[in-house]
Design a protein around this ligand. Structure first.
Ligand SMILES: Cc1cc2nc3c(=O)[nH]c(=O)nc-3n(C[C@H](O)[C@H](O)[C@H](O)COP(=O)(O)OP(=O)(O)OC[C@H]3O[C@@H](n4cnc5c(N)ncnc54)[C@H](O)[C@@H]3O)c2cc1C
Ligand code: SF4
Length: 502
């Protein structure tokens, strides 16, 4: 009897050229499973769920139009959905691409036993590091910069014919990281009106438990629209991306950022094509090198590095906690109710939209949580629930590794901690805040300040031992015993009065 393959395509693998389709051939039977268990693991941001389900349904229709025999199954969990589809299809073999997330890949590896049929698990093609691993024999520690340069060399991105980096430098950060100018108006992003499929999903998700509203959903859910969003970014924001990539403002959530991570993470956009298109903008004189290199670094460097780190460190990364932090997530992140203006703005924005850019994730949310001793797993769960681009492979290395430095420093070379001074310099949040960013203790002192100094006091020997964080500790020499005691007392009182999520 000829083999009857059934292709299982995961919701975050909506690739134009999915490798399992090539293996099974045109006309093959395909299944996509909407798992109720997966969708209710956390109180997810509703826009994240609408994006995922609507993109899956559009993708299923697209495959049908191409001639595939597609089953779209709504099931209690992945296993029961696959069982139902396998029985209905008469399949004798399952073909699927390796998941980007650890838990789902474990499930895939157990399916041949569960179903008593062969399972062909194809290599994942969503990540460039799966095609070329620049560190095949991994030392315990590798810094992102070396990883990134190796990726640029291999893929020939922003490289001259003699192998040197375009412009003579690998890194143009010194031209970037600027605060916004005083006279500045926020650039627009593209919005996509929901079609009938999306409206149906909005109705379904609106009726279930979750965070925020789905009513004003306006994201792209197809390859064509995601590509339009990318083109719009290239045409209107890439040129200014570099200088202002670290700036924060209450006047715009996105500034010059691309807002493309949700599409890349579910397969609607191809990272290598994006990197090449950004490079073309530089070559054609449409964007300066510092912006283009900055954007390329995010995708070919940070994104791939994080995915690589995830697979190096799993399954231990989920429970890593090298600063022994144990407090629950503060309630203010779940409801935005805070008199700390930066946290109020970022949390409210995330609850409403599912988005904040990377400096807000790093220097507002994670900075606070590291200084306040919040349990890394609780912080990761908050990110997973709230952000529309959040998946295990990207949240754990970014939050537990980079943001909270809880992996023992394998991802970041030092803990990313800062007092209010940094937020005040890079944002307009402090001007209208009830706290004073320049005060370290006292009734008006910004909590970032006493938390920061308290963290230095509490962890002085450990911080001194790290040459990259040592200089920060030198500032402690200017605090006498009385000032140290004031900082510690105010920290204890603040953390005791904070409401926590339960
Ligand atoms: C604490 C923390 C949590 C994060 N959580 C997520 C997450 O859940 N999902 C997610 O996709 N990204 C995450 N990031 C990375 C980054 O913040 C987002 O990718 C970015 O803000 C998405 O917005 P954008 O598309 O406008 O990005 P841009 O600033 O326009 O950057 C371009 C692209 O680069 C990629 N990128 C840049 N930095 C990273 C990185 N560190 N890791 C992975 N990709 C990167 C993204 O694909 C992004 O779309 C996190 C970063 C930090 C510090
Ligand atoms: S003063 Fe402190 S709490 Fe207020 S916005 Fe600035 S950094 Fe945030």
């Amino acid at each position: 009897m000829p083999e009857q393959p059934l292709v299982w395509i995961l919701g975050d693998q909506l690739l134009r050229d999915h490798p399992a389709l090539a293996v099974a051939g045109l006309g093959a039977q395909v299944v996509l499973v909407e798992s109720a268990a997966r969708m209710s693991e956390l109180p997810y941001q509703r826009k994240k769920l609408v994006l995922l389900l609507s993109a899956m349904r559009h993708y299923a229709d697209d495959l049908r139009a191409q001639g595939y025999d597609v089953r779209y199954v709504r099931a209690a969990n992945f296993t029961s959905g696959l069982r139902e589809a396998a029985a209905a299809s008469g399949a004798t073999k399952l073909v699927t691409m390796a998941a980007s997330e650890y838990q789902t890949r474990q499930l895939q590896q157990s399916l041949s036993v569960t179903f008593g049929m062969p399972v062909e698990l194809l290599p994942n093609t969503q990540f460039l590091v799966e095609q070329h691993n620049p560190v095949p024999t991994a030392p315990r520690k590798i810094v992102m910069e070396n990883f990134y340069r190796a990726m640029r060399r291999h893929f020939g991105v922003l490289l001259e014919s003699d192998g040197s980096p375009t412009g003579g430098e690998w890194n143009y950060d010194k031209l970037n990281r600027q605060p916004l100018p005083k006279a500045w108006s926020a650039p627009a992003v593209l919005h996509f009106a929901p079609d009938e499929i999306t409206r149906e999903v909005i109705g379904q998700i609106g009726a279930t438990a979750g965070l925020g509203t789905a009513e004003d959903f306006d994201l792209a859910v197809t390859h064509a629209d995601a590509e339009r969003a990318f083109q719009h970014f290239l045409d209107t924001r890439l040129a200014q991306f570099g200088p202002y990539e670290d700036a924060m403002s209450s006047r715009s959530r996105t500034l010059y950022h691309s807002l493309l991570s949700p599409y890349m993470n579910i397969g609607l956009l191809d990272p290598l094509a994006m990197v090449r298109a950004a490079e073309a903008c530089y070559r054609e004189g449409r964007a300066p090198l510092n912006s283009v290199e900055g954007f390329v670094r995010q995708i070919l460097g940070w994104r791939e590095f994080m995915y690589w780190q995830y697979w190096q460190q799993m399954p231990g990364l989920r429970s890593a906690n090298s600063w022994n932090a144990s407090r629950p997530m503060p309630q203010m992140f779940w409801d935005g109710q805070s008199d700390m203006n930066c946290i109020h703005n970022v949390a409210t924005g995330v609850i409403e939209t599912g988005y904040s850019h990377h400096i807000e994730r790093l220097m507002v949310v994670c900075n606070f949580c590291l200084l306040a001793g919040i349990d890394p797993a609780a912080v990761a769960d908050w990110f997973l629930a709230c952000y529309f681009d959040a998946y295990d492979w990207v949240v754990l290395p970014n939050v537990i590794g980079m943001g909270l430095n809880a992996d023992g420093g394998l991802i970041g070379t030092k803990p990313y901690i800062a007092s209010a001074n940094y937020i005040n310099k890079m944002s307009d949040y402090c001007g209208s805040c009830r706290y004073n960013p320049k005060q370290r203790s006292g009734a008006d002192a910004c909590p970032f300040n006493f938390l920061y100094w308290n963290f230095l006091i509490a962890n002085e020997p450990k911080l001194r031992a790290n040459p990259r964080s040592g200089p920060a500790v030198l500032g402690l020499a200017h605090l006498d015993a009385e000032q140290r005691a004031a900082v510690q007392a105010q920290t204890s009182a603040f953390l005791a009065a904070l409401a926590y999520y339960s």
